[in-house]
Structure formats: C-alpha cells, structure tokens
Design a protein around this ligand. Structure first.
Ligand SMILES: *Cc1c(COP(=O)(O)O)cnc(C)c1O
Length: 510
C-alpha cells in the first residue's frame, strides 16, 4: 500500500519510506492511499485471540512491505509482560451497576502514559524501514513533547544501535514527574532539552527542521538521517488504530457484571478521547472507517479548546490565549493530525488542505466549508473541561466508583457527562461508551492529591511523598518507572530558546 502527502506535493511512497521520513518533503503528512476494511467476521474473530494477534492483524493491512512474521516478532517484543503489566490495553468496567461505561487503560507501559503503545514498537518499525530503504545510516529521532511523547520515545530508542533521540519539551509546561522522567534519562544516544516556549513552539520547530533541505544535507554528510517520533509519523498512528479494535473485541468477549448484558457484533460503541495533537482520536476515526462499529467520537479538550470550537463552528482559530493547565499533555493549540482528517473529509482534495494549512500558517486560522463541517459533525462531538471541572471530576469518579483517574482522563469524563445530557433515542439504552484513559494518575501526583485531599494539599510536599500518599489512598502501586524518581541523578539540564533547536538537532552528539 502506498502513502501520499496530504498536501499533494510529494510522490507516493511505500509504508517503510513513510515511516522512515516521518514528515512528507512538502511539509504534509503521509496518509494511506486507501483505507483497508475488516469484515464483521474478522472483527468477531479478534475477540478470541490475544492482543499481539489483534495488533498484527491491523498492522499488516497498512504496513504491506513488512511481512506478517516480521510484524509479529516486533509486536511480541514490544508488548511482552516485561514491558506492559498486567496487559497492554485492559478494558475495565468502571460502574459495577452498568454495562454502559467502560475504560480503556493505555498506560501500563514503561513510562505510564499511552504514548508507550506506539513508541514501544516504532523503533522496530523504523530500524526495519532503514534496512528496507537501503539506508543503514544513523537515524536521529526528533521529538517535540507536551510531556509524555518525550519519555516514551527515549525509552523506546534508548541504546538501540544506529539510532539517537533528541527530545524538546516546554520548560515550564510539564508536570514534575514528567520533567524528572526526562531529566534523569540514561542512555548515551539520548539528549533532552528544555525549550523556553510552548509545545506548539517545539512542534513547529521540529517540523521546520524536518522539512529543511540544508539541515538534511549537512547531516547527510555526517551520515545521519532525521526522522520523527511524533504522531505526525504514520508509524505512530497504526498501532493506535489497533487498540480500538482490541477494545471492541474485549467488549464482545466480556461478561458484564449483573444486570449487564453481553454485547453483540455490530452494536455501535462510542469512544471518548482526551485530545491534544489529535493523534489518538484520529486513530479511532480510522478504525471506524475500516468497519469497526463505532458511534460517536467525543473529542475532549482542556481549556485550550481550539478543537471543541472548531467542531462546533468549522473555524479553526489558534489566535487565542494559551493556558497552562493541570492536563499539560493537551496544552496544544495546533493539532497537527487534524490535517489528515481534513484530507479525508474534503474528498482527498490536497489543494484545499494546502490552502487551509497555508491560512493557518499565515493568519493563524482557517475555516472549512459547511459540507466538510457536516461530515465531521456526523461522527465527532467536542467539549472541554477547565481545571476546576477537572479537579471536581477526579473527586467525583473517586467518590462514585472508588477509582482514581489522572487529569487527562478526567477531562474525558467531564466532557462525556456534558454531551450525554443531550436527548437520545427515547426508550433506547444509552450507547455503550469507552473512555480512553491516557495516563497513570501517578504522573500528575500534585493535581490528583489536590483533588482527593483538598485544594493546596500538594504545596510544600515533595513528589515522592505525594506518590506514596496517593498509593495508600488509592490502593494502587506506584508504577515502577515513577518510583524513586527524585533520587535519580539529573543528567540533562540544557534550556534553550526555540531558535536554538536546529543547532541542537545538528550537534546534539558532537
Ligand atoms: C499525548 C496525550 C494526550 C493527547 O493525545 P493526542 O494524540 O495528542 O491527541 C492525552 N493525554 C495524555 C496523557 C497524553 O500524553
């Protein structure tokens, strides 16, 4: 299967080349030239097999220049018990009295956020892509991070021969656990740099460097090839599509607690996705297009609610105040992956997509036509939660279900509550709904403790104290990757302005 650029200005390439490059040379994003379909029987069959089989089934439809045996080998290595405990993507029935509400927990990997789901397998896909493309040069991965991609990329690529990683994170825009996870990173091929700016600044910087021919030439002379670990890379999205299939398969296999009823194949399931760069929810949309019975996709934003506004009005406007929130991984005003969705809903009209992206770059906003907006609204509904609502929701979920969720997941629950008050079909039960849980509550110890123990509780208490108290209150264990973080040696201290990013990309390792 070939991949084309959303902007139409680059030649079609095979899957390995799309993954190797990360970004198309014309600055667009690679999308598959066609979307493969699953028959209902194929989806039903997934209910009887383990996670690795499910992910191989999805990966092999898109990554056609990898053999299924090869993909299976990578998946077994990436999603094994040493890395994901107790499982990669467990589906949990949250409300014991209702079979309507479920949670898909995607944070059981090494860095305790959902980014591990793709970034544990991406290094395998990328290394193989280099081999397949005949370039056995060093690949240097650039990653802009709103907090979680950075650590997941570092863990995924650490000490892998022939690779190096440079991570850029917003200096004041991540949680304390996220900062410590990155600043204490080991591995001779890893470099972490704080940038005086927002995630949007770092993502714009990385995209600019990747599309810059002079940088590529300079690195080429040194035997280095640049690529991306952000969700602009197609290799990040395919594994994410797979876990929506896995969630549906688990619902088919589930025996809900009394008085719930088992689900039948074909029943439509809604998904609620805490959203920032639009990668995770876009993967859900692809799953729907492939034939997975998905109803609505609820796009949940924090106070940086560009997407919620866009889905209501058709106007994407980034010219607004940027808010630092307690769900920092979603503090994003430019959601890159929306470009892929617009490409699809505009009937793959690359000229129109280029026009909108040109407007975004030049004016800071664009406006889609009413037909495209209607198509979007058939599937997507947006909403947002500010910090106060997020804190309240963490508390409510704890009170009602005795379960502690992280602030990003809480944003999802709050928005679900808001959109569920709309009238449904009279007499029909509400749709079965899966809230995607994107991070462990332990990654955001201060905010979660404030929600549980009272406003201001975290002030003056160290990170390890908070994590221990959270563990005692919730009955959950501190994830291995976060335990003892404050005692680890700080190895990365550089702070640079956004203008220094290119230099870092070039000279990070001498
Ligand atoms: C990255 C991230 C998100 C947003 O996901 P996108 O794919 O960027 O929309 C939400 N929650 C957490 C915890 C994250 O790390």
């Amino acid at each position: 299967m070939d991949y084309v650029s959303t902007r139409g200005g680059s030649p079609a390439v095979p899957s390995a080349e799309a993954i190797r490059r990360g970004l198309a040379p014309d600055g667009g994003l690679y999308v598959p030239s066609e979307i493969p379909a699953f028959e209902p029987e194929e989806i039903e069959a997934l209910a009887r097999v383990p996670f690795v089989d499910r992910i191989v089934a999805v990966l092999s439809r898109f990554l056609t220049d990898y053999t299924p045996a090869e993909l299976r080998r990578y998946a077994e290595e990436a999603y094994g018990e040493e890395r994901f405990q107790p499982a990669p993507a467990p589906l949990v029935q949250l409300n014991p009295y209702s079979d309507r509400l479920w949670m898909l927990e995607l944070w059981h990997g090494p860095t305790a956020a959902f980014k591990d789901m793709a970034l544990q397998i991406l290094p395998h896909l990328l290394k193989a892509a280099l081999r397949k493309c005949g370039t056995e040069r060093e690949v240097r991965i650039l990653a802009a991070t709103s907090g979680d991609t950075g650590k997941a990329a570092l863990e995924g690529f650490k000490d892998i021969p022939g690779t190096s990683v440079v991570v850029f994170y917003p200096a004041r825009g991540v949680s304390e656990a996220q900062r410590l996870q990155m600043a204490t990173q080991e591995g001779a091929n890893c470099r972490v740099v704080a940038v005086e700016g927002t995630f949007d600044d770092t993502q714009a910087g990385v995209k600019e460097i990747l599309a810059d021919a002079a940088t590529a030439a300079e690195l080429d002379a040194a035997g280095v090839f640049l690529s991306s670990a952000n969700s602009i890379n197609w290799g990040r999205l395919v594994p994410q599509i797979a876990y929506y299939f896995s969630a549906y398969a688990d619902l088919l296999a589930a025996v809900p607690k009394e008085p719930g009823v088992p689900m039948k194949m074909g029943e439509r399931v809604d998904f609620v996705v805490p959203t920032g760069n639009f990668g995770n929810i876009l993967a859900a949309w692809y799953a729907k297009r492939m034939g997975l019975p998905v109803g609505r996709l609820v796009c949940a934003s924090n106070r940086n609610k560009v997407l919620a506004d866009f889905l209501r009005t058709g106007v994407y406007d980034r010219r607004r105040e940027f808010h630092r929130t307690i769900s920092p991984s979603m503090d994003i005003l430019v959601s890159s992956n929306l470009e892929r969705l617009l490409h699809e809903v505009s009937g793959r009209d690359a000229a129109r997509v280029s026009g909108w992206m040109g407007d975004l770059a030049a004016k800071g906003s664009y406006s889609v036509d009413p037909a495209a907006l209607r198509t979007l609204q058939e599937t997507f509904v947006g909403g947002f939660a500010d910090d106060a609502a997020t804190i309240r929701t963490i508390r409510e979920i704890y009170d009602r279900f005795d379960h502690v969720v992280d602030p990003h997941t809480a944003v999802g629950f709050h928005v679900l509550e808001r959109v569920s008050t709309r009238p449904g079909t009279p007499g029909a039960p509400p749709p079965r709904t899966v809230v995607v849980s994107t991070a462990s509550p332990f990654k955001f110890g201060a905010s979660v403790c404030d929600a549980l123990f009272g406003n201001g509780y975290s002030r003056g208490r160290g990170e390890d104290v908070l994590l221990q108290e959270l563990a005692a209150e919730s009955g959950l264990a501190v994830p291995a990757g976060l335990d003892g973080l404050t005692r680890k040696e700080i190895r990365h201290t550089a702070v640079i302005p956004p203008s220094g990013m290119r230099d870092e990309a070039l000279r990070a390792f001498g």
